[in-house]
Design a protein around this ligand. Sequence first.
Ligand code: PGA
Length: 304
Amino acid sequence: MALNITFRQLKVFESAGRHLSYTRAAEELHLSQPGVSMQIKQLEEMIGLPLFEQIGKKMHLTPAGHEIFTYSQSIGHLLDEVEVVVKDLKGVQSGKLAISVATTASHFATRLLAAFSQRYERVTISLDITNRASLRDQLDNNVPDLVIMGQPPEGVEVKSDAFMENPLVIIAPANHSLAKESNIPLKHFEDEHFVVREAGSGTRIAIRRFFEQHGVSFHTGIEMSSNEAIKQAVEAGLGLGIVSIHTLELELETGRLVLLDVEDFPILRHWHIVQRAGKRLSPVAMAFKQFVLEEAEQFIRLPG
Ligand code: PGA
């Protein structure tokens, strides 16, 4: 014969068994004392064995009571887990996600977000694309859930995880005189004027630092706030450019630009996913972070 035990009976019994008191179980569960005693009486009748015994003034669990108590605790923990999982599922399926990315990361971030939103169709995503200086302010003001940028910012407490390499390369128009040379000395570029990103760009800071570390002077030529504009300017012969390999798509395959083979290049960097220290990520944000850390690379196509 199947037992028709209810969750409610087990919950009441577990509380009474833990406190060894109907009165304290009633208080804990906001029930009346007769309500508790009735639930336990029904449970005992269904099982056909007493669960508590009174010895002197003290209540004790009977051997059957001990057995059922162990099960009722395990079932209680499982139900708590179900609650957490359900909450998480609801959050991931219908939450909001605010992501901010460095200008350079926008070349692949849109692809990542498209793949993520295919998996979680009801998540509403907002994407802000801006440079490193403004990402730092956003983190400081706790605006986005997560940020994708080159180097984590200074002066704000953050938690960051590297997830993919971000090599910076020198690009030139296809007919450039150095296009076929290999291992070109870095010194060669001392008098060169590069088409560069605006001040505040992470790429620009990394390039400057690299030349400083190698004791070679670096001259900025025309400034532009978009990688697309830099590629077009280089193609048009306005100067050489240094960009993340992730900004290059068909330009190399179609022969519109070439990579120069320069000593100590590429400049090796990493992409990071960053959050403000102490920030409690929503279930959606946690799912996105995990997605980036575990799967990002497979959605990103490198030229050539
Ligand atoms: P940027 O940032 O687009 O501001 O240059 C990218 C990076 O930090 O590498």
